[in-house]
Structures are given as C-alpha cells and as structure tokens.
Ligand binder design. Structure first.
Ligand SMILES: [Fe+2]
Length: 338
C-alpha cells in the first residue's frame, strides 16, 4: 500500500547539484581538459556523447554535440519523492511547463527518470531522485572530488536581473541567501549574490553590475566549480591545466566569503572552470548573511588577459543592454531585493 507523502515544510537541504549538460563541438579538447587537466574519469562508450564522472554516479557532466559551447541544462538531485513532487507542483501551479524526459535522455544523464522545466538565462532545470551508479571503479588523476550532501560543486552566472534570478531559485528550491560580495572588475562595479540550497556555502552565484545593468559574459554560465578533497589535488590540477596547454583565467587565491582556495581554468567552450579546496560548511543555527568587499583575500590574479579580451567583454556588455534576459517570470515573481 502506498500513501502520498505530505508536502515537505521546506526543500532546503533536500536538493543537490547533480549534473550539468554541456553542448559543444570541441570534443577532443574537452576530453583532454576533463581527463588530463582537471583529472576526472572519462566515459566515452556512448557514440556522440562524452561523460565525466567525479564519484560513483554514472554521470556528472554530459557533453553533447551542438554549437552552443555552453552549459545548457543543470540536473538537481532531490532526496525524496515528496520533495520532487513538491518542486514539480510549484512549477506547474504557476503554469510553467514541466515535462518528463525520455528514457534515452535519462540514461544519458545517468538517472532513473527526470522532469525538466525552463530556467533563467535559458539554462534548462532538470530534477531527478535516483542516480544510476557506475559499475566500474574510478580511473582519474584527481584523488577525490567532494560531492555527497554538498552536491557536485557550484554554478556562477551573470545577470542583468539578479533579483529575479534569486526569486526563481527561492521559489523553486527554497534557496537561501548566504552573503554578498561587492567587487570592481575592469572598472565595472559588481555585486554578487551567493545562494545555498544545502550545506554547501553556495551552489549558485549570481553576479550583476551595480550601475547600468549589463552582462559582460557571452556564455550562460560564467564558471562551474568542482571541489577536490586535498590541497595536493588542487595544486596538481593547476599544474596539469598548465602542462596540457589550457589557459588559467585566475591564478590560485582564496575567496573572502566561503574561504575556498581555488584557481580558474578556461574550458574549451570559453566559460571558466574553478577547482576549489576546503570551503567552509554553513551552520544553519548561527549563519548570518553579510557583505564582503572583494572576491578574494589574496590571489585570483587574472592571467594573460589581453586588451582584446577586455574589449570583447565590453562589446558583449553593450549588446546585453539591448537584450531582455529571460528569468521565467512566472517562477521568479517580482524578484527578491537585496
Ligand atoms: Fe566559484
């Protein structure tokens, strides 16, 4: 006999970043980047797809062929069916379509089944409850990636409508504000909002310009983050990124808010990839949001950024003023002011 579980009081703590879907045509470079540089386990047994593992989950990154050179979907691992049903109900009750993935799509992502719905900036949001576990052992240069209750890392994006993006993740997942960072980069005053959905200090970072709303980043995500278990793993990844000829975007440094030690590499698709170690874990009983000045206590120095890079960012930013960013208004509502 099955009973319908009551809707949970909150989804906070029950949602974990599970996988990312990346669309690219640069499979050879991504294969080298993922395995030789970042040190993940590669699975190239599927024609036309490339997958990376970090742990016993069959898939943490699914690369599919296409021109976007971007993250096109995020998969969220939901602990239980009641929470899963609650998320889908919240989406559908606001007349936003939530559709079942096909069996083939589920298999590719290494999950039993999934439901997807639209997300901010055109990043499709997918939810699942049961990951498929890989039958074989890990074969990877990195010793251990930290996943589990914290999820597989975090995602940072830029937005011209940050309050709406925050509203979206509060509506859908009961995301909580961890803190803010104010920073000036290339003369632009930025404010970054850090949201958590579980013990990880942030699973989402939303950066926005503080004056005129401009988006200087051409890709939907600015960076993805994975966390390694030891300082040696982080330093070894840094060395491998350089030895394999990939660009470092920001040198090793330490963040002001979550105290994570990390560096940023540039992926073959253009967005950045942060490898981090030892971020703090939030204690819900005592945590109070604050505002930090500057993203880093030390380090995180831009490496090899040319005048052309800066000019292209300003060109993208200028273009963003003319585009209206999609935040899925039915789910973001009026947004949440800072
Ligand atoms: Fe980050």
């Amino acid at each position: 006999m099955s009973a319908t579980a009551a809707a949970p009081d909150t989804l906070f703590g029950s949602v974990h970043l599970g996988y990312a879907v990346i669309e690219t045509l640069r499979f050879d470079d991504w294969r080298r980047f993922g395995t030789d540089a970042i040190g993940m386990h590669v699975d190239d047994s599927l024609r036309d797809f490339l997958r990376f593992r970090l742990d016993d989950h069959e898939c943490r990154f699914l690369l599919q062929r296409g021109p976007a050179e971007d993250v096109v979907a995020l998969g969220w691992h939901v602990d239980d069916h009641a929470s899963f049903d609650e998320i889908v109900a919240r989406v559908r009750s606001r007349d936003v379509p939530a559709t079942e993935g096909t069996p083939e799509e589920s298999l590719l992502r290494g999950v039993e089944r999934l439901v997807r719905f639209p997300g901010p900036k055109g990043i499709v949001q997918e939810v699942f409850t049961r990951p498929l576990l890989a039958p074989g052992p890990l074969d990877m240069a990195t010793g251990t990636f930290v996943t589990g209750a914290s999820g597989m890392g975090h995602v940072a994006l830029t937005s011209t409508r940050p309050h709406q993006v925050r509203g979206y993740f509060a509506t859908v997942f009961d995301a909580r504000l961890s803190d803010f960072i104010e920073e000036t980069i290339n003369g632009a005053r930025l404010k970054i909002r850090f949201l958590r959905v579980n013990e990880r200090h942030h699973t989402l970072a939303i950066a926005a310009t503080r004056d005129v709303p401009l988006d200087p980043i051409a890709t939907r995500v600015q960076h993805l983050n994975v966390q390694v278990a030891t300082l040696d793993d982080m330093v070894a990844a840094y060395r491998r990124v350089r030895e394999n000829g990939f660009d470092i975007a920001l040198s090793v440094g330490q963040h002001t808010n979550d105290k994570e030690l990390s560096f940023y590499a540039r992926t073959p698709s253009g967005f950045e990839w942060e490898v981090g170690w030892n971020p703090i874990v939030v204690d819900e009983a005592t945590w109070e949001p604050t505002t930090h000045q500057g993203i880093s206590i030390w380090g995180h120095t831009p490496v090899g950024q040319t005048v052309l890079d800066k000019l292209s960012m300003f060109r993208v930013a200028a273009g963003s003023a003319r585009r209206r960013e999609d935040t899925v208004p039915a789910l973001s509502g009026q947004g949440i002011p800072d």
